[in-house]
Each structure stands twice: as C-alpha cells, then as structure tokens.
Design a protein around this ligand. Structure first.
Ligand code: SF4
Ligand code: SF4
Length: 458
C-alpha cells in the first residue's frame, strides 16, 4: 500500500514537472518569436508568465507537505479540464451561410471612381443628379488634401515617392491586361493546367491561388475609372483565378504612416505582375484571358477570392485569409481555358471570431467599421464598412490608413506560433474567446502604430 502511494506520488511529481516544463518551453518560444517580430509587449508578457508558471511548478515539485498529492491531483485536473475545453473541436454552425449578392455592383459607386469625378463636367453632373445623396458625403473628402498629397498628416517624402513610383508602373501596365490570343489552340488537361498555374504563381511570389467559376455577381455592371467610365462590362469567361500576395508585416504595422501605402501599392504591383504573366501565358496557349489589376478591374476581387476558397469576408470588409488574415493584396485573371474549381474550406470560424473581436472597429480612426452583428444589406447578411468616412480619412491622412489590417489578430505572421493559435480559432468556439483575450493581453487592445524602419529614413 505504502509503495503504491509512493509510486503514485512520484508519478504525480514527474507529471507536474513535465507539464510545467512543456508550458514553460512554449512560453520561451513565444518570447523568442515575439522578440524576432519586434512585438516587445508580447515578449514581456510571455516572460512574466514564464517566470510565474516556472516558479509555481518547481515550487510544487520541490516542496513536500502533507496534502501535496491531493493538491497535485486537483491542479492536474484543472489543467486537463482547461485543455479539453480549449482543444475539443466545438464548431457550431453559423446562420447565414455564404452570402451571395443578388445584383451586380457598379464600379462608378466605388470611392476611387467618385474621387476621379471633376466638378463642372458632364460625368460629375450626371452622377450626382442620379445619386444626390452621395454628393454631400463626397464633398467632405473633396475638401481634404487627398491621397499621397504633401499637405496630408502623414506626408513623408520617401514613402510617398515610392508609392507614386509603384502607381506609375501599374499605370504603365494597364494596356497589357488584355491582348491577342495565339491563333494555335493547344489542347490542355484541366487538372494539369490548373496545377501548373497554381504552382507557377506560387513560385512567382503568390501566397495562395484558387479557382472559381466566374459568376455574374463577381462582375461590376459598368466600369468606373478614367477613359472607360460608364462602359458596360461584358465578360463571358467561365473561370476566374484569384491569387493573394503577402504584405510586409513590419511595414503594415506602421499604419497609418507612409510606409503602409508604399507597401500596399507595392503588393498591388506584385500581384498584378503575376496576374499579367499568367494571362499572357494562357493567351500564348490559344485561350482568352484578362488580368484584373489595381485600377483596371472588371471583377470584385475579394468576392472572387472568397469563392475560390482563399478566405472569408470579415468585419472590415476585406478578405480574411486563413494564414495572413487581411494582410494580403489580391489580383484576378478571368479566362476560358479549362480549369478545375478549387474546393471551398469552411471558414465560418473567421466570421464567428469577427463577431466577438471588433478590434478593427475599436481602432478605426474614422469609426467606419460597425460594432454590430452582420446585417442584411441588399438581401445578404454581411458587414459593410462606411466607405465614405474611411476614404475621407485617407484623404486627410494621405495614406490608405490600414490600421484595421495592422491590428487584426489574424494578421500576425505565418509561423508555427500564430498558425497554432489560428488552428485553435478554427477548431474551437471556446478557444476563439480565449484567443481574443490573449491577443488583447499580449498585443494590447489598441496597439500603437509601429516605428518607421531605419532603412526608410534618410
Ligand atoms: S480585427 Fe477582429 S473583427 Fe476585425 S476583421 Fe480582424 S478578426 Fe475580424
Ligand atoms: S482603413 Fe483606416 S479608416 Fe478605413 S476602415 Fe480601416 S481603420 Fe478605418
């Protein structure tokens, strides 16, 4: 009897020590990763938790007191129960399914198109006589200095000039979004060519690539930019390829300062270049293909990307990808080459997480992001940001802000630590609630914007 008691006691001691070392090891790793990511608050919190847990476990292990076995069993029971609660797959179905717009959007209603309207021109008069409710809202951003203007809050010559350079190159690429199709058509196997396009795009720098059948609601009804203003869109391609490209975490964290607009324009350019290469490649095989790049879209990229299985639409209205959250840019290619549509993973966990998180809504300087649950807008359940107040802030700040993207818990880098948390968020309804509190504890509910990197300062 005494020997069983001693064995059990010894077993409990070793078990406690192992769990203590495991948790401490995880915290050492979290501390180390946070230092590399320059997340010094997270590193500090990890270190404090590490000291606390390590001391607690070692003290219990080393001390010998009367009720030690009972206390150890209770302690281990609590740890096992918490582990079960956090890691058991609990995924209740979310109401609303995948929302599908009932009608096409008109690109002329997009803020960039409205920003291009010049007072006392026919386009301007016609737009606001059709939509007088928008006039008052748009006058507000017209009073501001405007995107990338020297008179804006965050003007800073180097990053603004870099962003301008990116936009100038994108502008130069516009004439080649479409082009001649080779006269000889090569027979291709849909599965093989789909795999080839996906693999090549990733080799060219894409983060993820997916394929969907092109639906009517993916397309704008009319063009809204520059010389093509008002042109009806008639794209008959049966397929769309969507690709995402990562935005640099250090630059995004500086939002809403200059480097964020430098990085977003850079990744519009990089994603656009890949889309152009893929479209050229498809046309060389004898099939029609058009790339949809910044300022020259016929499609609503986040919707196409969602249906191609690359993510879900979150509270801030952007595509939330499973490994980088909203910290991506998207480009699309529409085509008639035979392709295999990608399967669509269940990412309703991201919607559920957005329902409780609201970090983007809290940080938004223009209060453009809703705190409410998804609402029915034009027949579909979704979150809709206030584009007018968001864009007016851009015209004051001078950059495309990006504070919402920078603080989103899904935006953390694609590494073992954050992927483990994202897996937990996907796996369990309870883990999601826990992860949100942990994100606030480690990174702060309203993190300050990051410092501009030294290499960007002259
Ligand atoms: S910050 Fe939170 S609420 Fe906003 S998009 Fe990200 S996960 Fe959703
Ligand atoms: S970009 Fe800035 S202003 Fe616009 S919704 Fe996000 S946080 Fe708000």
């Amino acid at each position: 009897m005494i020997s069983i008691f001693l064995i059990n006691k010894y077993f409990l001691d070793v078990l406690l020590l192992c769990i203590g070392l495991l948790l401490s090891g995880a915290l050492v790793y979290a501390c180390f990763v946070s230092i590399i990511e320059k997340e010094f608050r997270a590193a500090k919190v990890s270190f404090i938790l590490l000291i606390f847990l390590f001391t607690l476990f070692i003290t219990i292990y080393l001390l010998d007191f009367q009720l030690k076995s009972i206390i150890s069993i209770i302690f281990l029971g609590i740890i096992a129960f918490a582990g079960l609660l956090l890691f058991l797959p609990i995924r209740p179905k979310l109401k609303g399914g995948t929302p599908v717009p009932k009608q096409k959007h008109d690109e002329r209603d997009v803020m960039f198109s409205r920003n291009e309207l010049v007072p006392e021109t026919e386009k301007y008069d016609s737009y606001y006589s059709d939509k007088p409710d928008k006039k008052k809202l748009d006058d507000k951003f017209r009073e501001k200095a405007g995107l990338l203007s020297e008179k804006t809050t965050f003007f800073e010559a180097i990053s603004y000039a870099s962003a301008h350079a990116n936009l100038q190159v994108i502008e130069a690429l516009k004439p080649i979004v479409d082009g001649e199709v080779a006269s000889k058509k090569h027979q291709v196997d849909a599965k093989t060519i789909t795999n080839y396009i996906k693999t090549w795009s990733v080799k060219l720098g894409a983060h993820t690539v997916g394929v969907t059948e092109l639906k009517d609601y993916h397309l704008y009804s009319h063009k809204g930019r520059r010389d093509l203003y008002g042109k009806e869109i008639n794209n008959q391609h049966p397929y769309a390829i969507a690709l995402t490209i990562e935005m640099d975490n250090d630059l995004v964290k500086t939002a809403p300062k200059g480097p964020v607009v430098m990085e977003s324009t850079q990744q519009y350019l990089s994603s656009g270049t890949i889309a152009l290469q893929i479209a050229h490649f498809i046309r060389n095989l004898g099939y029609s293909a058009r790339s949809h790049i910044d300022g020259n879209y016929e499609v609503i990229c986040p919707l196409v990307a969602r249906d191609a299985g690359l993510g879900e639409l979150g509270r801030m209205g952007l595509l939330m990808t499973p490994k980088l959250g909203p910290r991506v840019r998207i480009a699309v290619i529409t085509t008639d080459i035979p392709l295999v549509a990608s399967s669509k993973p269940d990412l309703s966990s991201a919607i559920d997480f957005c329902r409780i998180c609201k970090k983007c809504a809290d940080i938004c300087p223009s209060r453009s992001i809703s705190f409410d649950d998804r609402e029915e807008v034009e027949g579909i359940l979704r979150w809709k940001i206030n584009s007018e107040s968001c864009f007016t802030y851009w015209c004051t700040a001078g950059t495309d802000c990006g504070r919402c993207m920078a603080v989103c818990p899904y935006s953390h880098p694609n590494n073992l630590l954050h992927n483990f948390i994202r897996w937990g968020i996907y796996n369990s309804y309870i883990f999601r609630r826990f992860a949100l509190h942990m994100d606030d504890l480690f990174y702060g509910r309203k993190p300050a914007s990051g410092k501009i990197p030294k290499w960007l300062k002259f």
